[in-house]
Design a protein. Structure first.
Length: 436
């Protein structure tokens, strides 16, 4: 009777051991979400570090200008903004690292407990094997079965039990190896966290220094309110000149396209008219401009790429967004931008944001040159250029260089303005550009 109970007891034992092994297996699996989060944070931090380097370069160039101007404050504000973003990402990375360290500690504790359980179960197996070490007893256990089917099951049980012992030894060895790796990984994460904390401290000191510099500059600029208002008036006049030039070019382009459409319609009407009516004069209103098939394709592609278009410079940052903004130093004064202002390094080139056709190139006295490129019924406008490499009628590709951006030696700045129009309506270019 005692032997007949053993198989059931040891079968339960094997179930317990199998359950423990499965539990350990799933607990030890790495979290894909955590790996993804860590990688995303590292990529974000790398991008932000490049932004800080560019912001430092732009700030350095503005400081080399003849006078401290509002542009220096803009560059300084951008520098501070990028540093705050970088510190925020470091904080997120430290938080993630702390969570991973806690998980490592929990896993190490669980592994210690699991290894202890596995060793106890193995000891029970060894003890059972010792008690049943006589081959004669094993054979009697098999032959004592009531039928052949039960005898086969008992023989199979003995074979599986022996195999389970081997697996148990391997499991203990694997878990001990895994425990060693977890301890090593924990030490590495602690070291990484220490480095991050050190980096965070350095960045905070740099940020504090930039904020102090900003306060000093702000105080200095507030003493020059009269000059700032003069500069603001000049900026408004330049913006108005640019706006008038753009509107004139757009109007001329629409009229040109309407004329082409009218000529095409007249030609089609003549070819379809009966021979007896050839001498009659038919007066028709000029049709509205309709896009050709190729233009429709470009138009559709442009609109479907909203939020995916490249920056009009290889490396640069938006220093003034679309629309109305309060003046950074003069109270109750607002400025308005018909597009976005992008600051970049001295000598940088402007590039086309999407394939299209150059429909306008002009020079504005005291402001610089501008280029208009048509993408179906959409238009992109690039202003404050020093040199232009394209001419009206040219077909251009995305990212093709179209001109060199003007450098202002007095203020030490290199910036361009990008506008996007649909017909005669201004759109916010920032919504169309790809944000890395």
């Amino acid at each position: 009777m005692e032997q007949s109970k053993n198989p059931k007891g040891h079968t339960n034992l094997l179930r317990i051991v199998s359950g423990i092994l499965l539990l350990i297996f799933f607990l030890s699996l790495p979290s894909p979400a955590q790996k993804q989060d860590k990688k995303a944070l590292e990529l974000k931090k790398k991008k932000q570090k490049k932004d800080i380097e560019l912001a430092e370069q732009l700030l350095k160039e503005t400081k080399q200008g003849k006078t401290k101007t509002l542009n220096t404050l803009v560059a300084l504000n951008k520098n501070i903004e990028k540093r705050e973003e970088y510190i925020s990402t470091i904080n997120s990375e430290i938080g993630l690292m702390s969570h991973q360290i806690d998980e490592n500690n929990n896993t190490i504790q669980a592994l210690h407990g699991d290894i202890g359980k596995l060793k106890k179960e193995y000891a029970r197996m060894v003890y059972f094997a010792y008690k049943n070490r006589d081959n004669y007893d094993k054979m009697m256990f098999v032959f004592a079965a009531s039928d052949f089917n039960q005898a086969y099951k008992r023989l199979k049980y003995i074979q599986e039990y022996n195999e389970a012992r081997k697996k148990q030894i391997l499991s203990i060895s694997n878990k001990q190896h895994e425990l060693g790796q977890q301890v090593q990984d924990l030490e590495q994460k602690k070291s990484e966290k220490k480095d991050l904390l050190g980096n965070q401290e350095v960045e905070k000191k740099d940020l504090t220094a930039k904020k102090t510099e900003k306060e000093e500059l702000l105080s200095d600029l507030q003493q020059k309110e009269v000059q700032l208002k003069k500069d603001l008036e000049k900026k408004k006049r330049d913006a108005e000149k640019t706006e008038l030039a753009i509107q004139a070019l757009i109007k001329a382009e629409i009229e040109r396209q309407q004329k082409l459409a009218a000529e095409a319609a007249e030609k089609a009407s003549r070819s379809e008219a009966p021979s007896e009516n050839k001498n009659k004069t038919v007066v028709k209103a000029s049709p509205k401009y309709h896009l050709s098939k190729d233009e429709m394709d470009v138009n559709l592609n442009f609109s479907s790429n909203k939020g995916k278009l490249p920056m009009p410079v290889i490396q640069g940052m938006i220093t003034e967004s679309f629309g109305e903004h309060p003046h950074p130093t003069i109270s109750n004064i607002h400025t308005f931008n018909n597009g976005i202002t992008i600051s970049t390094g001295k000598g940088s080139l402007a590039r086309c944001i999407f394939q299209g056709e150059v429909t306008g190139v002009t020079s504005i006295p005291g402001v610089g040159k501008l280029v208009i490129i048509r993408h179906g019924e959409y238009l992109s406008v690039y202003s404050n250029l020093d040199e232009v490499y394209v001419q009206t009628g040219d077909k251009v590709k995305a990212k093709q260089n179209i001109g060199k951006i003007q450098f202002d030696a007095d203020e030490g700045k290199t910036e361009m303005n990008l506008q996007i129009w649909k017909g005669q309506n201004k759109l916010n270019p920032e919504e169309w550009l790809f944000k890395e």
